[in-house]
Design a protein around this ligand. Structure first.
Ligand code: NAP
Length: 313
């Protein structure tokens, strides 16, 4: 028989917003429970150096998340390695079913499920996923020592991944659909100075091709966005870095979503349309999407939940 546990505050997700909510809710003596989800620590665990976390001019993303988890735990947050598989927000207490079978009921829920990598959606990309096509340079870069690879995208992630991959690859081609990057200037400067990186403007991947036995990438066919001309780029690895989509599946039929899937919250707060349900971090933020803004929203959500619970009492 599965166990049922009740908590005043259930935090779902373990990125900067989740752990910060855990710190604040613990210090408010709410004895929160935090369910980590499928990727404990979230997106920062798949990155390397972080240079814009206040107080650290350089810190490794995975280390930062280990520290945040330890901080939340030390403050009294109970952290559970489990996945919420369904959530019922139709009545209070709210109910969360988990993969382990434990059911959690909660007076307030803080949603911090973040966002995950987007894909191009090509059948050939799908075919070679895990066999040359990746969305995580930190996880897979090591496999491409001395090889040529391509990175797709024009944001901070794409530029950071291209730079990181030069540690392994003989050549990195950054493919962008426009002729202007949206990455920060400091990263663009590094990109421009790196002799191993070539940037291909106004191009999109048309097809990833390779061998079937063993399954592996041999190159990409890219299309000029203006002329439609197709060019062949031989490469062994294809890294897709075209942004992230909010992980709002759990609540998509229960809460208002906007801007392509982000949970809508009242301006200047973390309150959703359901009293007692709060959302923070990349799940709700389609503008800033930084670790530090995510942490800030986690703090706001815990304070909003504390106020809500005090009003109920
Ligand atoms: P992003 O800023 O949304 O950039 C996505 C890039 O992919 C854009 O250049 C976009 O092109 C391109 N793109 C989107 N869909 C595409 C498609 N179907 N085909 C080809 N190209 C496509 O995403 P991100 O780089 O993952 O960054 C997400 C957020 O995290 C940002 O706020 C970023 O600042 C932050 N971040 C910060 C750091 C840091 O501070 N160190 C590191 C990583 C990420 P267009 O430019 O033409 O739209």
């Amino acid at each position: 028989m599965s166990a049922t546990r009740h908590t005043k505050v259930l935090i779902i997700g373990s990125g900067p917003s989740g752990y910060t909510a855990g710190v604040y809710a613990s210090r408010a003596m709410l004895e929160p429970i935090l369910i980590q989800g499928i990727e404990p620590g979230g997106q920062l665990t798949t990155t390397t150096e972080v240079e814009n976390w206040p107080g650290d001019s350089e810190v490794q993303g995975p280390d930062l998340m280990i520290r945040m988890e330890a901080h939340a735990r030390t403050m009294g947050c109970e952290i559970i390695g489990d996945i919420v598989t369904s959530l019922d927000l139709s009545k209070r207490p709210f109910t969360a079913q988990t993969d382990s079978g434990t059911v959690y009921t909660a007076d307030a829920v803080i949603l911090c499920t973040g966002a995950r990598a987007k894909w191009l959606g090509l059948p050939s990309e799908e075919k070679f996923k895990g066999f040359g096509v990746s969305a995580c340079a930190t996880c897979d870069g090591f496999f491409y020592r001395g090889m040529e690879i391509v990175v797709v995208g024009g944001g901070n992630t794409a530029v950071e991944e291209a730079l990181f991959l030069t540690n392994f690859a003989s050549k990195v081609t950054l493919i962008h659909r426009r002729d202007e990057l949206r990455a920060e200037r400091i990263l663009i400067n590094r990109l421009e100075k790196n002799p191993k990186i070539e940037t291909l403007w106004f191009h999109e991947i048309d097809e990833v091709y390779g061998t079937d036995a063993p399954l592996g990438v041999e190159g990409v066919k890219v299309k000029h966005t203006k002329t439609g001309e197709i060019t062949d780029i031989p490469c062994k690895g294809v890294f897709i870095a075209i942004g992230h989509a909010p992980a709002s599946e759990l609540v998509k039929d229960q809460l208002e979503l906007h801007h392509g899937g982000y949970v809508a919250v009242e301006a200047g707060s973390t309150r959703t349309a359901i009293a007692g349900v709060f959302a923070a971090g990349d799940l709700t933020d389609h503008t800033y999407r930084q670790a530090v803004t995510s942490a800030g929203m986690g703090c706001m959500a815990a304070l909003d939940a504390e106020k809500f619970i005090a009003e109920q009492d």
